[in-house]
Each structure stands twice: as C-alpha cells, then as structure tokens.
Design a protein around this ligand. Structure first.
Ligand SMILES: Cc1cc2nc3c(=O)[nH]c(=O)nc-3n(C[C@H](O)[C@H](O)[C@H](O)COP(=O)(O)OP(=O)(O)OC[C@H]3O[C@@H](n4cnc5c(N)ncnc54)[C@H](O)[C@@H]3O)c2cc1C
Length: 386
C-alpha cells in the first residue's frame, strides 16, 4: 500500500472509530461493565468497521493497516472502554503470527475468515503454574497420525469462551534443553470433544470480556495446523507476536490515561471550591500538567515501538519500554483523576473508578512490568557491550 493510501485510510478509520466510540461505546460501556456483560452489539459493530481485519493484509481481505495506525485505533477504543481492545488483541496477535510464520495453506485457510470475525483468535500460552516463565509450560502435543493430541490446562485465556480458535503453545519435546526449543505453536480450532472452557475468571476490572481456563484432554489438532509446519519454533513465534501484543497494551494504557485525564480536566473546570473552579488552584494545575506530560510521553513511546514494528524490525525493547511506561502512567493518571474528582471519583457514578480498576491489568498482562524491565536491560547490555 502506498504511503498516501495508508495516510488516507488511517484518517478515515480513525474518524470512524472516534464516532463509534463517542456515539456507541461511551453511552453504553458503564452499564455493561457494571453488569459484567459481554458487549455483543459492540463486537458486531467492530466487525462491521473491519476491526477484526485491521492489520491483516489486503490480499486476505483485511484492511492492511500498519501498527502505528493500529495503536491509534486502540487508543481511541480504550478512551471509550478498555475491554474492547482485549477482544481484538489476541485475535490480531494470532493473525500476525500466521502472516509471519504460517504456511501458505494456513494463511489462505485461516486469515480471510479472521478478517470478518467469523473465526476469532485467542492466545493459550499461560498455564496455572507458568506465566512469566513461559518455557515451563507442561501442555504436551504428541503426534498421532495426521494429528497431534493435546493434553494440558491453559489459564487466563482472553477470548477463551467467545473465540473460535487458539494460538496454542505446547511441548512437542518435553526433554529439550533449553526448554524453549521443545515448544511448538498450533492453531487449535474448537471442536467437539477434548477441549473444555472450564471456567471464566472473575476480575476486578477488564469486565465484559471472557478470561477463561481451558482444559485439553486428548484434543486432536491436525498436523496441518502446526504453525509454519516446523516443531520447536513456537517460542520464537509467540515472542514475536507478543511484540504486537505489547504495542496493543501500551496503546490501551494511553487510551485509559487519556480518558482519565480528559474527565479530570473537564471536572476541574466545573467544580468550585473556595470561590473558584478547582482548576485555578495551583495544586490541581500541577497534577493536570504532570498527567498530560506523561500521557504525551507514553503515546510517543508507543508510536515509536509501532513504527519500528512497521519497518519489520525487532522491537522487543521499544515495545517493552512503551508498555512499561504507558501502563505505569495509566495507573498514576487514573489515581490522580480520582483525587481530582474527590469523593465523586470514588463512586460508581463517574467513569474514573473504572479506569482505576482497568489500569493495573496493563501492568501485569502481556508480560509483567518486572519482566519488561528484564527484557529492556538485556537489550541495553547487548547494545552497550564493551
Ligand atoms: C486479565 C488477564 C488476561 C490475560 N490474558 C492472557 C491471554 O489471553 N493469554 C495468555 O496466555 N495469558 C494471559 N494472561 C496471563 C498473563 O500474561 C500472566 O498473568 C502474566 O504474564 C504473569 O504471569 P503470572 O500471573 O503467572 O505471574 P508470575 O509469573 O507467577 O509472576 C508473579 C510475580 O513475580 C514476578 N516475577 C516473575 N519472574 C520474575 C523475575 N525473573 N524477576 C523479577 N520478577 C519476576 C512477576 O513480575 C510478578 O510480579 C492474562 C492475565 C490476566 C490477569
């Protein structure tokens, strides 16, 4: 796609998403969130807007947007409701892995139906005993004729119930040393028998979207669904996909921080104490200035990581920095917004309480911020090696 066409498409998409958020998301998000209700109607509208194919190339029917535009779209969506970005995240993460590493047959078979949202992806990496240390997963995939039989249990699978297929990491060689060489990645499409969504996990925020535990018992996955057709390449594939996931998380955090800042600056001009609007008190001004400055910095880091991914370069350090800074910013800014709203900020009558409950997920999900710091430091030591 030419730069001009990409710019035009970016402007059009952002305009459509902005209108969708203002007219349909903001008025409905709070009741849906408080009821922990799946946003079926909003998901259908997201399909109509083409968001399930946002970053899938045009040759497979997608919009072929770059990751910078994707980050802008995610920010807009999360200005309305962070949950909506989670419905897209692992779906587009799987699409990215297929685009990068899938066989021609896998791309042709799966990507077109993903663009429409007919097929919906999820990521089944984490297990009850293995999150940060993903190499320690215990789920196994054993070849049996034209299939692999999957056995194991996956934890915290976002879209686990509403998704139709998983990017599923499993050990094809449990004895491999180092362990990551024994991990393979499969597209496991749900089917009868052997795959059970055993429960949905109740969360303090990130409501509405399903985060599930999924059990696999002799669940057959066709060998044709081993991503790239090669055993032992799964860890690298999933780590590369997580760069896209971390851009999504950073952009989400920017969206939540922006919503909190915008609600706070509006309120600060309406609420009066000691004879003037609170925005005229210097203590409030200092807060607003810090909130806006951190928000801008978080957005710039996010776009920098996305641009590097768009150039086809490895961006684990930049995506890690963006995710780390933006998520800590979202947490700080949502708390500052709550302080600015005073007692009202602590009620369920204003949206700030939701931002405050949603923000910590970005600190933990897609690799905790402790792990991001480790990734960043490893890159720095390599870069500055003497
Ligand atoms: C709402 C939600 C949705 C999620 N969605 C998905 C999904 O769709 N698919 C999926 O596969 N996973 C998903 N996850 C899982 C998520 O990625 C993990 O929770 C996360 O990676 C942390 O793993 P853990 O919870 O096992 O924590 P642990 O790995 O047990 O870590 C516990 C603590 O120890 C710290 N720690 C661990 N190792 C180190 C170290 N080497 N140095 C310093 N500190 C360390 C961590 O930072 C953390 O503070 C989701 C999680 C949540 C909460």
């Amino acid at each position: 796609m030419t730069t001009h066409k990409q710019d035009q498409l970016r402007a059009e998409m952002l305009d459509s998403v902005r209108r969708f958020v203002d007219r349909e998301v903001i008025p409905t998000a709070t009741p849906l969130e408080h009821a922990n209700e799946y946003p079926t109607a909003l998901v259908e509208r997201m399909k109509e807007l083409g968001l399930f194919g946002a970053t899938i190339p045009e040759e497979y029917g997608g919009l072929g947007l770059d990751f910078t535009t994707y980050a802008m779209i995610i920010e807009e969506l999360c200005r309305g409701w962070m949950t909506l970005s989670g419905i897209l995240n692992t779906h587009l993460l799987l699409a990215y892995i297929l685009r990068m590493y899938g066989t021609p047959d896998q791309k042709q078979r799966l990507l077109p139906a993903m663009t429409t949202g007919e097929k919906r992806g999820a990521l089944a990496l984490t297990e009850p005993h293995a999150g940060s240390d993903a190499q320690q997963i215990r789920t196994t995939a054993v070849r049996a004729g034209d299939s692999y039989l999957i056995n194991g249990s996956k934890m915290f699978v976002t879209n686990g119930r509403h998704g139709t297929m998983f990017a599923l990491a499993a050990k094809t060689d449990p004895q491999a040393d180092p362990p990551h060489r024994g991990i393979s990645l499969f597209v496991a499409e749900k089917g009868p028998g052997g795959c059970t969504v055993s429960r949905d996990i109740d969360k303090i925020g990130y409501k509405g979207v399903d985060t599930s535990e999924v059990l696999f018992e002799d669940f057959p996955v066709p060998a044709a669904n081993l991503i790239g057709g090669t055993e032992g390449a799964g860890f690298k594939q999933v780590m590369s996909g997580l760069e896209v996931g971390r851009i999504n998380i950073a952009a989400r955090a920017v969206g939540v921080a922006r919503a909190a800042f915008e609600d706070a600056i509006r309120y600060a001009q309406q609420r009066e104490t000691f004879g003037k609007p609170i925005c005229e008190h210097q203590a409030i001004q200092l807060k607003l200035a810090d909130m806006a400055t951190k928000l801008e910095a978080a957005r710039l880091l996010t776009h920098q990581a996305a641009r590097k991914k768009d150039r086809g370069e490895r961006c684990d350090m930049e995506a890690g920095m963006a995710k780390l800074f933006a998520s800590e910013t979202a947490q700080e800014v949502s708390l500052e917004a709550m302080r600015i709203l005073g007692g009202y900020g602590y009620t369920k009558e204003f949206r700030v309480e939701r931002y405050y409950r949603d923000a910590p997920l970005m600190i933990i999900g897609e690799g905790t911020n402790e792990i991001q710091r480790i990734v960043i430091a490893k890159n720095l030591i390599r870069k500055y090696s003497i």
